[in-house]
Write a protein that binds this ligand. Structure first.
Ligand SMILES: Cc1cc2nc3c(=O)[nH]c(=O)nc-3n(C[C@H](O)[C@H](O)[C@H](O)COP(=O)(O)OP(=O)(O)OC[C@H]3O[C@@H](n4cnc5c(N)ncnc54)[C@H](O)[C@@H]3O)c2cc1C
Length: 475
């Protein structure tokens, strides 16, 4: 038995974890489980914040990271490249294998696996990772390997659409054909402060909408809300070519000072209020920051490495722990999927509920909002929202098992209850879901129906599950 703990430290389990080292071994494990009526949970890089890779009691985990394989370059066009990458490869391993290229819309941690990100239908601040996937192979519990491709007729075409967001319920993604962006000489990311203004009135939200409609700042656009109706900041990102000798202003988290960034994140987690109050002063209107494109794309990579450093026996991490830093950087972390027309009403509601939880204001680590296009992926929470969606993600610094966790959970649950009842706003399954199971099922009834139908074909014995899928009544 080993301990498994999700990112953000709140969700944990103990389970036996099997570690196949080849696709054949994995196929045998799945076949044995089918015969014996056992339950398995697929495990990627364990970067989920929720219960996605945690087995239910009595089930076993299957770690996919030992499956091996190589990155295969395929034909490219217009300078970009298509590659076939093993699903268990991290984005870090992929980019090391092909220097000078980055994925178009990856999640912000580089140690997340490509298969895990696709299974979660992950996104960046502009679009979904799956937008730049044209094919993948899926090993299903029924023993078949499906060559899923965009636009393919039949089950393989259906699986192409339904695997993103299926959270390991349909099979293991063995490899993925992914388009990469070529980084031309001198190209780097420029992050520009477009707005800094008070949150009330939501001028900053409207400016984000304008940027989205005008397709401005195509590399990234996102806003940060500080405090309960405090200031708001909108950032817009684009690619620029740095002139030789040009000095650029760096930005914390975007540079390569990993240990310093981990320490900054640890202090912000331990004392969120001062950190939160300082940030609007860094983001002065029209300020510009630069970063290389890998660092920009994976700006949370220090968070990815934080536990290893903060739990180590080295002197400084020991001091930090003595000061009360939790190596897991405990957070209550949830995302709401907001139909475009509901953006102001939802924010009104969010702050109205927040007024009943004023004690949590000092625990805000981050409140960010992005604008995504219409979602073609049926198992994503934004599917069926014709104009696309805003996503509000809130991270509150909490201590696991303490009052702070209970309060934060209660706050998120109340926002979720009211937001769904009054505005039709669901919680995104990709993050933690602090709502009761009945409400979660009601929010995601379309998801449950679509996933259950296709699962009956590829996993008829219901071998693959997880604590999250069980909450949804699947598996
Ligand atoms: C620092 C950090 C930054 C992040 N940034 C973003 C972000 O910007 N955008 C975003 O959308 N998300 C983000 N996430 C969330 C992350 O993208 C997802 O949680 C992702 O699913 C984690 O993948 P993983 O490889 O760690 O897999 P795990 O967490 O181990 O598993 C995730 C799910 O995928 C399934 N799975 C894993 N591998 C496979 C496979 N090969 N085949 C089939 N199913 C599989 C598992 O069963 C599980 O349900 C971030 C997380 C962290 C820790």
């Amino acid at each position: 038995m080993v301990s498994l703990r999700a990112a953000g430290g709140l969700c944990a389990a103990r389970a036996t974890v099997l570690r196949p080292s080849s696709t054949d071994e994995l196929a045998t494990l799945l076949a044995d489980a089918c015969r014996a009526g056992k339950k398995l949970t697929l495990i990627g890089s364990q970067r989920s914040f929720g219960e996605h890779f945690l087995p239910v009691a009595g089930a076993r985990g299957v770690a996919l990271t030992g499956l091996g394989g190589d990155v295969t370059p395929l034909e490219g066009a217009d300078g970009d490249a298509w590659v076939r990458v093993p699903g268990a490869f991290s984005f870090e391993a992929l980019c090391r294998a092909l220097p000078g290229y980055v994925p178009f819309h990856p999640p912000t941690g580089d140690r997340i696996s490509v298969g895990g990100a696709l299974a979660a239908c992950s996104h960046d601040a502009v679009d979904f990772l799956a937008t730049d996937v044209r094919a993948f192979r899926l090993l299903a519990p029924n023993g078949r390997v499906y060559a899923c491709a965009r636009g393919k007729p039949g089950l393989e075409g259906e699986l192409f659409e339904l695997v993103p967001g299926s959270f390991g319920a349909l099979g293991a993604i063995l490899d993925v054909e992914l388009r990469l962006r070529r980084i031309a000489p001198g190209e780097c990311a420029e992050v520009r402060v477009l707005e800094r203004c008070p949150t009330p009135g939501y001028a900053v939200v409207e400016r984000l909408e304008q940027c989205y409609q005008a397709k401005e700042y195509p590399l990234g656009r996102g806003l940060f809300l500080f405090g309960r109706r405090g200031p708001s900041v909108l950032l817009g990102d684009r690619i620029v070519v740095a002139r030789p000798g040009e000095r650029a202003r760096p930005l914390l988290l975007l540079d390569d000072a990993t240990e310093r960034n981990i320490v900054a994140q640890a202090l912000a987690n331990r004392w969120p209020l001062p950190a939160h109050r300082l940030q609007p002063f860094v983001f002065k209107p029209d300020r510009r920051f630069r970063a290389d494109l890998y660092a920009f794309s994976f700006y949370q990579r220090s968070y990815d490495r934080a536990y290893t450093y903060l739990s180590s026996a080295r002197a400084f991490p020991r001091v930090l722990r003595a000061l009360g830093v939790d190596p897991w950087l405990g957070v209550c972390h949830q995302t709401w999927v907001i139909p475009v027309a509901e953006r102001r009403a939802f924010l009104d509601l969010y702050f109205e509920v927040f007024d009943e939880f004023v004690d949590l204001e000092s625990r805000i680590e981050q409140q960010d909002m992005i604008r995504l296009p219409p979602c073609p992926w049926p198992l994503h929470g934004a599917y069926g929202m014709p104009d696309g969606a805003f996503l509000l993600t809130v991270s509150l610094s909490v201590q696991r098992g303490q009052d702070s966790e209970q309060r934060a959970r209660a706050f998120f649950a109340e926002v979720s209850r009211r937001a769904y009842a009054e505005r039709g706003v669901p919680v995104l399954l990709l993050k933690q879901a602090h709502v009761d199971d009945a409400l979660l099922r009601s929010m995601h009834h379309g998801y449950i129906e679509r996933l259950t139908r296709v699962k009956a074909e590829v996993d008829p014995k219901g071998v693959l599950g997880s604590r999250l899928l069980t909450r949804l009544g699947i598996g």
